[in-house]
Design a protein around this ligand. Sequence first.
Ligand code: ADP
Length: 501
Amino acid sequence: MDASASVEDRGYILSLDAGTSSVRAILYDSFGVAIAMAQRPLRLGYPQAGWVSQDPMEILSRSIACMVEVQVESGIHSDSIRAVGIANQRETVVVWDRETGQPIADAIVWQCRRTAPMIRELENAGHGPRVQELTGLVPDPYFSATKIAWILDDVPGARERAEHGELLAGTVDTWLIYNFTHGAVHATDYTNASRTMLFDIHRLEWSDELCELFGVPRSMLGEALPSDGDFGRVSSDIFSHHPPIAGVVGDQQASLFGHLCFEPGMAKNTYGTGCFLLMNVGEEPVTSSRGLLCTVGLAAGGKVSYALEGSVFQAGSVVQWLRDELGLIQSAEESAAVARSVPSTDGCYLVPAFTGLGAPWWASDARGTLTGLTRATGRAQIVRAGLESIAYQSADVLGAMEADSGLTVRELRVDGGASTNDFLMEFQAGILDRVVTRPGAAERTSLGAAYIAGLNVGYWESVEDLAARQAGEHRFEPAMAAEEREALLGGWHDAVRHTLA
Ligand code: ADP
């Protein structure tokens, strides 16, 4: 870019991050710097134990409110917004009336377990392996398919209406795009589609076989496009210059893109309440034998790359537990200094299996343990063990990914609230014996969607152009002796075995 050209000439990219607990609209300049943001919370409903729902109209109205507010607050108006990108909470579904645009039920949120009996039935009937073969997913109520079917069964007359083509369904991206374009575009992108359990990730199209298996009429589903497909334009009542919706991507894949993990073996970990790890495995899907998911990782620039995905259920939540339940720290930030106040945990391990253990152990009935306590174990050792548990669990998932894919991760790219903890990142680098890099601007999800939209409309020229514009990053070099690493990992795995027993 010509340095004399003012930023205003270049304009901005607006990224809408439609998350689970809030929506945010962020304006990015050509350096990928967030220059204005508007945020609104979203409410979650818990109609029964294990059920989670959301009001689709609230998701829509608060998204629009953020997009309008960010213009008003920044003074940057739609004539300088070159494109809109959307990153969204995945798997959550909305079903609405094609004619009126009104939802026929609350959205069922990804966390909701209400369709567990449907999944059990499916597994008992032996469909599990075939579902995994087509979708890369291990059948679970988490994904969209059974959620849509549940609404069709629950709302009187819905199934019949769906079969007559009167109802439409979609993930949150699809719902927003449909409304932003006044019903002109009913579409989703491959990354979101790959989380529905209705999408054949090999052929990159909806699977008739799965639509039949789950009882979801294919006519309800929108067109599946690459993340940089043509998703129409935002209507003029939101943005008078109706910019194109030029990037649409599920939140975790958005973060993978935002971290520029474009080559096989590149991986990112987002340390939030839980951890979400994704690793680029290249242009062919990998079937996991360790319970990891294979999903469409990147789908832009004429190329599709697959990713292995695994999560750690308890990560930042461990820090909240240390603070709120045990009262050992006053704030999450304090945890780093407390952990550093002792040289080690002295053989104390916390296995935070509060809701069971995920990959690669898969023990939903396991519960947490604190092992190796001595009379000398105190607050600092326990806090340190809590932070270290986040790193150990992430290392186990990464190890499973490497074993499934045959690829080696050389560097782990990180973001999310708990990635600001330098002690944790140093320990993570040590325990992995790999470099951990934390980008200067920690927010990768919305930036990833902005990157896809901006590349699509020529706002950025190339992926290299993006890399050159990335702000400085923090590198954590591994500085742990091999012996120490082996001893610590051995102790951790003993503690996990304790927990499993
Ligand atoms: P989410 O998107 O899941 O809400 P965030 O990315 O906002 O998560 O991160 C919030 C989580 O990060 C909380 O669980 C919090 O305990 C944890 N966290 C925030 N700051 C720190 C810190 N300095 N050290 C450790 N954990 C932290």
